[in-house]
Design a protein around this ligand. Structure first.
Ligand code: F6R
Length: 259
């Protein structure tokens, strides 16, 4: 795992966008996309690279991490719609190659299996972008999620619903259920890139990166993966005990090593 400390959120977003660009240039054909607020500035930087530097997304398949149950893809807060509005509408990624669990499927268990199967068939995901919840969730794998889990139906904690109420009219409008990639599903991607910015993420980042591997902090599963880059701004890095070492690594990064 490499922990990359950047002075601010913009620098973190540029670094993650740079990792994705490098992967595409190197031939990666499958991307994993997160919704939520953390990756939005990454998506803006990818759009800029598409418009001004010729970064192309044709021929790429993208898989979303999760979706709210009960929201159709046309709902402004469905993750399918967020990804379309914030990224896909502005680049040459074929919308029919953007895959999301269907939150309005009549059989949600079957839909979770269908999505998992489609992802496995197209995968592995080359680069998976991740945000982290203040309780340490990735995807919508809340504390207690099996470290071996696959895509399935899950129930959000009220803390997560409260956090996400800012996107809705209030907590009552935040769905209680989701379909989310499991922790083992996420772990099957070749490269996991987590972005976290702001002081409210500091505790979760420290638990995920330097705490024990435990289902109580689902993001701690990153420690078991062979290729992880955690990109944080100073505020989200504040509780990391090994900060001096992470900075030392950055200062002495071998030329051409990349992320
Ligand atoms: C989103 C997702 C979630 C978010 C997390 C952080 O697809 O899977 O794990 O990444 O809830 O959300 P923000 O970035 O809004 O703080």
């Amino acid at each position: 795992m490499e922990v990359v400390l950047l002075p601010d959120a913009d620098g973190a977003a540029r670094t993650v966008a740079g990792i994705i660009e490098r992967a595409i240039v190197d031939g990666v054909k499958t991307l994993g996309l997160a919704a939520g607020s953390s990756p939005l500035s990454v998506y803006r930087d990818l759009i800029r690279r598409h418009r001004h530097q010729g970064l192309g997304f044709a021929g790429i398949d993208a898989f979303l991490l999760d979706e709210y149950v009960g929201l159709p893809p046309s709902h402004p807060q469905s993750y399918a719609q967020v990804i379309r509005r914030e990224l896909v509408d502005h680049i040459d990624l074929d919308p029919t190659r953007v895959h999301a669990p269907q939150g309005t499927a009549s059989d949600l268990q079957q839909e979770a299996r269908r999505f998992e199967h489609a992802l496995t068939a197209a995968g592995p995901v080359g680069v998976q972008i991740l945000g982290i919840g203040v309780n340490g969730h990735i995807g919508f794998n809340e504390p207690g999620s099996s470290l071996a889990s696959r895509t399935r139906l899950k129930t959000l904690t009220d803390d997560t619903r409260r956090d996400n109420a800012r996107f809705f009219g209030g907590i009552d409008q935040v769905p209680r259920h989701v379909i989310t990639q499991g922790l083992a599903t996420i772990g099957a991607a070749s490269h996991l890139v987590l972005i976290a910015t702001g002081p409210h993420k500091a505790h979760a980042v420290a638990a995920a990166v330097e705490g024990p591997v435990t289902a109580q902090c689902p993001a701690s599963i990153l420690q078991l993966h062979p290729h992880v880059t955690v990109v944080v701004d100073e505020l989200a890095a504040a509780r990391l005990e090994q900060q001096p070492y992470y900075r030392y690594i950055a200062r002495h990064k071998p030329a051409g090593q990349g992320y």
